[in-house]
Every structure is written in structure tokens, then in C-alpha cells.
Design a protein around this ligand. Structure first.
Ligand code: HEC
Ligand code: HEC
Length: 384
């Protein structure tokens, strides 16, 4: 037996980058704060899978699919050998390990694509923005989550397999995936290290990362701290003027069209005021309200508010829709009493993007009450 290069450099680089990307994707899967990182590693994984499939045909001997083209039956036989403690040693991938690789590649593809479509539907962002509506995306989102859980299970099984195999054949398999070197019989095909391919891979990944995160390096006044602040919704100057004089404007997507129709029809009794708009203005403002109402599902909030309101109801207050109540019922009384908040309708006190109408998770926070006796910080501007 002699020390032989089995795993070429691109295969090792692929393996460890995929493993780290997967771990990072898990750690960043909750909340919008790390969304940009989550999406980045998602794209990275898709790119890596694409590379690995190609490398399975043109890579060095033990990286080629032809060298580990085992079926489930061989994998099962191998498991039986392992159970009896007399498993044959494979210099390349063993039959169960091979199966894990194919399953992982397929799952990574599935999770990557459903991730892109989920982002396109749920946040209306990324390359699939606009492909699906919020309601259509629910199944794809479930698939994305289920695929990730399945992948985690296969990864755990894979690691367990590596440990068992390492003990069984008294060799450190994880280390050989770092060094590429294993003990092998003379005559075993020796891998070429393919340094140039690995270098191109590395430069491509670093370049992609640099480009993706470049926005964090150049601070700009009009650029938000969180990259994903949402889409740009349609705007209307007349609506802003007529509906923003007594209170901050409430974006049309926060109530269904029938609520706006009723509100404009009864504009002389608008919460104790008479809006007094002439017919032409009423019609123009109503058109903007209806065109962008919750029923249009332009944002996640619109979709969820619309689904929460019973079809016969025409709520006149956003703060009385079931979705709004559900989302805000855990906020403490002291936070509502905060002089920076004062009223439930003061959306902008907690939602930095209230004026833009998007109500993204990343743009909300509860302001701290100023200490007694001090003037305290001023309420945040409504502009995101
Ligand atoms: C003359 C002043 C005035 C104008 C102009 C005005 N409103 Fe209001 N609006 C009020 C008052 C007062 C309330 C009740 C505020 C409260 O109780 O918190 C209110 C409340 C609302 C609410 C309910 C907010 C909630 O609690 O969910 C909506 C929605 C609303 N207005 C929409 C509009 C629209 C649309 C326009 C333009 C067509 C408009 N308003 C123009 C005075 C006005
Ligand atoms: C006191 C602060 C506060 C005020 C005022 C407030 N909100 Fe919120 N809002 C929150 C918090 C906190 C959450 C997140 C709740 C959670 O964790 O699910 C939230 C969640 C939401 C969501 C859900 C976002 C999503 O991801 O689906 C919407 C929509 C929303 N608010 C709309 C409004 C509107 C419209 C107003 C004004 C009429 C308003 N909020 C006023 C604090 C506030």
C-alpha cells in the first residue's frame, strides 16, 4: 500500500464549500436579518452542484460518476457487510456513500430551485420575482423546507457513515478529504490535482461573493442597512396629497378594494371628518386605492390581510383586520403607551417602510420609550 492522491483539489474544494454553505444556510434560515447571506449560499450551492455534475464526467478517476455508479442494491449489500464487521474497503466512494452523494446532489438542486421560487413568490424578489403569486408559492415553500430537513438527515447519516467506515478500516476519511491522500494498492489510478481548475473555481466564488456583498462596503445615505427592503410599490401624488394631510398615508395594499370603495362612498363621515373631495379627485384616488388594494396580493402583508378578512366584511380600519390583530397582540401595553408610538395607527413608529407600504420584516422595530424627564429621541422619519 502506498500514499496515493485519490481526491483532486476541485473535488475537495467542492466538498468543503458545499458543507459550509449548507451549514450557513441553516444558520441563516430564520428571520430577514441574514436573508442576503442565506440567498447567497443558496446560489453558491446551485453553482457547486452544477460544477460537480460536470466534474463527474471530466474529473479525475475517483471523482467520476463511472467510478461510483452503484445502485441501491449494492448499497444495501454493503450495509449488510458493515453490520457483520467485514465490509470490503473501497479506495473511492463506497456504495452507500455514493448513494448519499446522489441524494444530496438531487436535494441540493431541489432546495436551491424551490428557494429561488419561494423568494420570488414570498418576497417578490430575485430572479423568480413575479413568476408566482403568494398563494401559489405555499407548496413550493413547503418543498423548500422539507427538502432542507431531508438534506440535513442525509448529511447526518453521511457523517455517521464516515465515522463508522473510518473506525472499521482504521483510517481518517475526513482527513483524506482534506489532503486528498489515501493508502492504496500500487496500480490504483492516481488523480491529477487539477490546480488550475481549483483556482478558477476559487476565483469565481470569491468574485461572486465580492459582487454580492459589495453593497455592504459602500455605505450610501439612501441605501438601507438591510439589503432586502422589498419591492418598489406604485405611488401616486394625488393620493399622497389628499390622504396624507391629517395622518400618514396608509398604503392601499393594507385593505381590500371593497373597504376603500365604502370609505370613499362615505367620505363625509370619515372617522368624524368630512374629506370633501370633488368627484374627479374622488375617482382618481379611488382608482389608485382599488388598483393596489390587498386583493391584488402585491406584498406578503396584502396577501395575508386579504386572506384574514371574511369575504362579507368591509373593515374601515387596518387595525381591525384579523391579520393585523394577530401580528400585534403580543406587543406590550407599555410599548403602545410609549410617546413615540401613542396610537396603533402610527405605523411608521415601528415600521421604517410604512410610507413605502411594503411592511417587510427587516424594516420593523419597537422604539424605546424616552427616559422620564428627557426629551428623548425623535420619532424615526417615515421614509425607509
Ligand atoms: C380631514 C382629515 C383626514 C383626511 C384628509 C383623511 N383622513 Fe383618514 N382618518 C382621519 C381620522 C381622524 C382617522 C381616525 C384616526 C384614529 O382614530 O386613529 C382616520 C383614519 C383612517 C384610517 C384607519 C386607520 C386604522 O386605524 O387602521 C384609514 C384606513 C384612513 N383614515 C384612510 C384615509 C384615506 C384613504 C384618505 C384619503 C382618501 C384619508 N384617510 C384622508 C382623518 C382624515
Ligand atoms: C408598536 C409598534 C408597531 C406599530 C405602531 C405597528 N406595528 Fe405592525 N408590527 C410590529 C411588530 C413588532 C411586528 C412583528 C410581529 C411578529 O413578530 O410577528 C409587526 C408586524 C406587522 C405586519 C406583518 C409583517 C409581515 O411580515 O407579514 C404588518 C403587515 C404590520 N405590522 C402592519 C402594520 C400597520 C399597517 C400598522 C399601522 C396601522 C402597524 N403595523 C403598526 C409593530 C408595530
Amino acid at each position: 500500500m502506498q500514499r496515493t492522491l485519490i481526491w483532486d483539489l476541485p473535488t475537495r474544494l467542492f466538498h468543503w464549500t458545499l458543507a459550509s454553505s449548507f451549514a450557513i444556510a441553516w444558520l441563516t434560515s430564520e428571520g430577514d436579518r441574514w436573508h442576503a447571506v442565506h440567498v447567497f449560499v443558496g446560489y453558491l450551492m446551485l453553482g457547486l452542484v452544477g460544477f460537480r455534475v460536470l466534474w463527474g464526467f471530466v474529473g479525475s478517476h475517483f471523482s467520476r460518476f463511472a467510478s461510483f455508479w452503484f445502485g441501491p442494491r449494492e448499497a444495501f449489500d454493503y450495509l449488510r457487510q458493515v453490520a457483520s464487521g467485514h465490509a470490503a474497503r473501497h479506495v473511492g466512494h463506497n456504495p452507500t456513500g455514493s448513494l448519499a452523494i446522489y441524494i444530496l446532489l438531487a436535494l441540493a438542486l431541489t432546495v436551491g430551485f424551490t428557494g429561488i421560487t419561494t423568494m420570488g413568490g414570498d418576497e417578490q424578489q430575485g430572479i423568480a420575482a413575479g413568476w408566482f403569486s403568494f398563494s401559489q408559492i405555499r407548496l413550493l415553500k413547503k418543498l423548500h423546507e422539507a427538502g432542507a430537513v431531508l438534506m440535513l438527515l442525509v448529511v447526518i447519516t453521511h457523517i455517521a457513515g464516515v465515522v463508522v467506515e473510518s473506525v472499521l478500516h482504521k483510517e481518517n476519511l475526513a482527513r483524506s478529504m482534506v489532503t486528498g491522500i489515501k493508502l492504496a494498492e500500487p496500480g490504483t489510478p492516481v488523480a491529477s490535482s487539477h490546480r488550475l481548475v481549483a483556482l478558477v473555481m476559487l476565483v469565481t466564488m470569491l468574485g461572486f461573493g465580492g459582487w454580492w456583498f459589495s453593497y455592504t462596503l459602500v455605505p450610501q445615505a439612501d441605501r438601507p442597512a438591510v439589503k432586502f427592503v422589498g419591492q418598489q410599490l406604485p405611488d401616486n401624488a394625488q393620493w399622497r396629497e389628499e390622504c396624507g394631510s391629517c395622518h400618514a398615508v396608509f398604503y392601499p395594499a393594507l385593505l381590500p378594494a371593497r373597504s376603500w370603495q365604502k370609505m370613499m362612498a362615505e367620505q363625509d363621515k370619515h372617522f368624524g371628518s368630512d374629506l370633501g373631495l370633488d368627484a374627479a379627485t374622488t375617482q382618481a384616488v379611488l382608482k389608485f386605492l382599488v388598483d393596489n388594494a390587498a386583493d391584488r396580493h402585491q406584498t406578503e402583508a396584502a396577501f395575508k390581510i386579504d386572506r384574514s378578512v371574511a369575504s362579507g366584511d368591509t373593515p374601515q380600519r387596518i387595525t381591525e383586520t384579523p391579520y393585523w390583530i394577530k401580528k400585534h397582540r403580543d406587543i406590550a401595553g407599555a410599548d403602545w403607551a410609549n410617546p413615540l408610538v401613542k396610537s396603533k395607527s402610527n405605523c411608521a413608529a415601528c415600521h421604517l417602510d410604512a410610507d413605502a407600504g411594503t411592511f417587510e420584516d427587516g424594516a420593523m422595530r419597537i422604539p424605546k420609550a424616552p427616559a422620564a424627564g428627557t426629551s428623548g429621541p425623535q420619532p424615526a422619519a417615515a421614509k425607509p
